[in-house]
Design a protein around this ligand. Structure first.
Ligand SMILES: Cc1cc2nc3c(=O)[nH]c(=O)nc-3n(C[C@H](O)[C@H](O)[C@H](O)COP(=O)(O)OP(=O)(O)OC[C@H]3O[C@@H](n4cnc5c(N)ncnc54)[C@H](O)[C@@H]3O)c2cc1C
Length: 364
């Protein structure tokens, strides 16, 4: 028996990128359920925002752009972003009748018959002519490996599991990572912890002044160039630098943001720098917790059967279109991994897919 349901397009993920794509599909005449489906494995609306720590209030996120067609207005800056954005996405899905199917896990995408892609999920298979992949990064926290890591007797956690600073009361905490999350969590934890140590691979670059449109465009262009070459996208901070806001200035003055180079190994009771003392080596810091604020990678394992990866380790993308397979678009990936980028990418992907579908009627 053939249980495949046929659609023109499948959208994987209902975060900012997936919802923007669904909105543009709808606007250009695609009917949900009949022509396209949006599949998301999270329990509720909100994309990855629903999992972010409660202390990440709406007032603390910088540059959250509304989805196309419906502004997010009058949000209380003191409320957790998880709540604010969850409620906003929920209203948005209803307003535009996007009919997101959840929880539906996309497990694998394979080549099907007659030029279609088979999207295998926890709720059966869809045979589609186009795939908009908007699966974000939250499901793939990145943990670097260091010698001795498995011997550590304390607790190790990634920012993806951070639930607030209170649980670190009286503990000695090593925070790894020089991104926005690393600095923000360090500043939150420091007043509670017995001691904090901040380590980063490269010295952090603090950026004075506002992050204006020109700077944004330049940062996006740098990431775009990498994915165009088939290299894995770099972190946003590596191209934008850290904004020097009041909290960061205070942290620098107080000595909380006293950056140390990356340690060389982890011991059962802390972290250690090797080498001669004159060069900052031969030191050991005791720790109860190592918090890895080391970012995320694109969650694309379900695309593995299609073998899209280039020798450079990334997927080569032109605009949002996968160069090796024009039926597939990656939105919210690389240069479009921001709320504004995801909005634009959704529109661009839909425009491109409409052209593709109009040009290539499917064989009967
Ligand atoms: C802590 C933090 C703060 C940030 N702050 C800002 C900010 O202030 N401004 C800004 O512009 N950007 C910010 N960003 C980046 C921003 O969150 C993202 O660029 C954007 O929201 C991501 O949207 P997305 O749709 O690509 O991904 P997500 O929001 O991650 O959505 C992806 C969706 O795909 C689903 N999914 C994944 N895999 C599968 C699968 N196999 N099957 C089914 N469903 C799947 C997930 O359940 C999820 O709902 C921040 C990121 C972080 C981590």
């Amino acid at each position: 028996m053939n249980n495949e349901r046929e659609v023109e397009a499948v959208v994987t993920g209902a975060g900012q990128a997936g919802l923007s794509s669904a909105y543009h599909l709808r606007r250009t005449g695609f009917e949900p359920d009949r022509d396209f489906v949006v599949l998301d494995h999270s329990p509720a609306p909100g994309g990855a925002w629903q999992f972010r720590w409660p202390s990440l209030t709406y007032g603390k996120v910088h540059g959250m752009h509304s989805l196309p067609g419906m502004e997010l207005t009058d949000a209380d800056p003191a409320r957790p972003s998880a709540e604010v954005i969850g409620a906003y996405f929920d209203s948005y899905e209803r307003m535009f009748d996007l009919r997101v199917r959840r929880p539906v896990d996309v497990r694998a995408v394979r080549e099907g018959a007659a030029g279609r892609l088979l999207v295998e999920t926890s709720d059966g298979t869809w045979a589609t002519r186009a795939l908009i992949n908007a699966s974000g990064t939250w499901d793939r926290p990145f943990w670097p490996r260091y010698p001795g890591q498995e011997t550590f007797r304390g607790r190790q956690l990634h920012t993806a599991r951070y639930a607030g600073p209170e649980e670190f009361a009286g503990q000695r905490v090593v925070v790894v990572g020089g991104g926005a999350s690393g600095t923000q969590l360090l500043l939150e934890i420091a007043p509670y912890a017995a001691a904090t140590t901040w380590v980063t691979r490269r010295p952090p670059v603090f950026r004075e002044g506002p992050f204006d449109e020109g700077a944004g465009r330049a940062a996006v262009a740098l990431v775009e160039e990498r994915v165009h070459q088939g290299l894995p996208p770099r972190s946003v901070v590596s191209v934008t630098g850290l904004p020097l806001n009041d909290a960061i200035r205070q942290g620098l003055r107080d000595g909380v943001l006293d950056r140390q180079p990356m340690f060389d190994r982890i011991t059962p009771d802390g972290v250690e720098w090797l080498g001669s003392p004159g060069l900052g080596g031969g030191r050991h810091v005791e720790a109860d917790v190592i918090l890895w604020a080391t970012g995320f990678r694109a969650a694309l394992d379900h695309l593995a059967p299609l073998r899209l990866r280039e020798p450079g380790g990334g997927i080569r993308v032109e605009g949002t279109r996968v160069v090796a397979d024009p039926r597939i678009h990656l939105v919210g990936y690389g240069p479009s991994a921001s709320t504004i980028g995801a909005n634009r990418a959704g529109r661009a992907a839909v425009r491109d897919i409409r052209r593709l579908l109009a040009a290539e009627p499917v064989a009967a």
